[in-house]
Design a protein around this ligand. Structure first.
Ligand code: CP
Ligand code: NVA
Length: 308
């Protein structure tokens, strides 16, 4: 059975579609209010905790005239209480779409494979596409452009870094990542990004230390050292990442009007110095708000019968 078009990965989108989503989200943010999801129900199936993703999807669906049904990890028991194919086939009889937050990306793929309705990735261990798209909206708002700007990513080569690199390389943004040895992005992701960059003109690079990455950057971005599901590695990771904290001296190496970004939740005193998210250059709460606007654009594209 063909998988209905949802959004599991940034790779599901073209550069033009990304531009369309950002511009649609910007006009939705200005007050455009279609009720294109009227009569539609969307299940939010979450294996992991969430503040931003859960609330922003719920509110976005409500503001577009639809209805969200949240299912907590205990309720669904994906693959435990019930097999993933059975959950997908059952939900497809009740709802018009599924937003899934899973530990393994494979779970999301299996959910989509057995679902008759589109599945949107609300974070897996591999990608966080809605975060990355919202981040591009924020960068575009703050800097007035994307092409030619350089983003320095400091820290773990994780789900957030992967989606951000993929979306940046499609959008023509330069991307430089600095990670401790063994914690960088995998070769397949780097190869995929370089292929997109060859078309968009983006420059993708890996820096051996944070200072080199951040010097002159337009955007300084970091995320937690220990992601959800990796809690048993927290101590080892704290040691491995000790030299990769974003603090004021590091931020001061970036361009004069550089912005500081973090998807949140933050571990203050680990990947970001205590208090740094209150710095005038920090845009983290605008970033959080933009999840609402970009996800409306994503929902309209996937479920609202509108090509954006
Ligand atoms: N950034 C983000 O996805 O936050 P939550 O984990 O709170 O949803
Ligand atoms: N990398 C983090 C992002 C949380 C939004 C995690 O997966 O826990």
């Amino acid at each position: 059975m063909a998988i209905p078009a949802g959004l599991l990965s940034v790779a599901d989108l073209t550069a033009e579609e990304i531009r369309g989503l950002i511009s649609r989200a910007a006009s939705l943010k200005q007050g455009e209010a279609p009720s294109s999801l009227k009569g539609k129900a969307i299940a939010l199936v979450f294996e992991k905790p969430s503040l931003r993703t859960r609330v922003s999807f719920d509110v976005a669906i409500w503001q577009l005239g639809g209805h969200a049904v949240y299912l907590s990890p205990e309720e669904v028991g994906l693959g435990k209480r019930e097999s993933i194919p059975d959950v997908a086939r059952t939900l497809s009889r009740f709802v018009d779409g599924i937003v899934g937050r899973t530990y393994s990306h494979q779970t999301l793929i299996e959910l989509a494979r057995h679902s008759r309705v589109p599945v949107i990735n609300g974070l897996s261990d591999h990608e966080h596409p809605c975060q990355a798209l919202g981040d591009l909206l924020t960068i575009h708002e703050k800097r007035g452009a994307l092409k030619g700007l350089r983003l320095a990513y400091v820290g773990d080569g994780n789900n957030v870094a992967r989606s951000l690199l993929l979306v940046a390389s499609l959008a023509g943004m330069d991307f430089c990542i600095a990670s401790p040895p063994g914690y960088g992005l995998d070769d397949a992701t780097m190869g995929q990004a370089k292929a997109s960059a060859a078309k968009s003109g983006a420059r993708i690079s890996v820096a051996s230390d944070c200072r080199t990455a951040v010097k002159g950057a337009a955007v300084v971005y970091t995320d937690v050292w220990t992601s959800m599901g990796q809690e048993s590695e927290a101590e080892t990771r704290r040691r491995a990442f000790a030299a990769y904290q974003v603090d004021e001296p590091l931020l001061s190496l970036a361009g004069e009007d550089a912005i500081l970004m973090h998807p949140l939740p933050a571990h203050h005193g680990e990947e970001v110095a205590e208090g740094l998210l209150d710095h005038p250059r920090s845009v983290v709460f605008d970033q959080a708000e933009n999840r609402l606007h970009i996800q409306k654009a994503v929902l309209l594209r996937v479920l609202g019968g509108q090509a954006v």
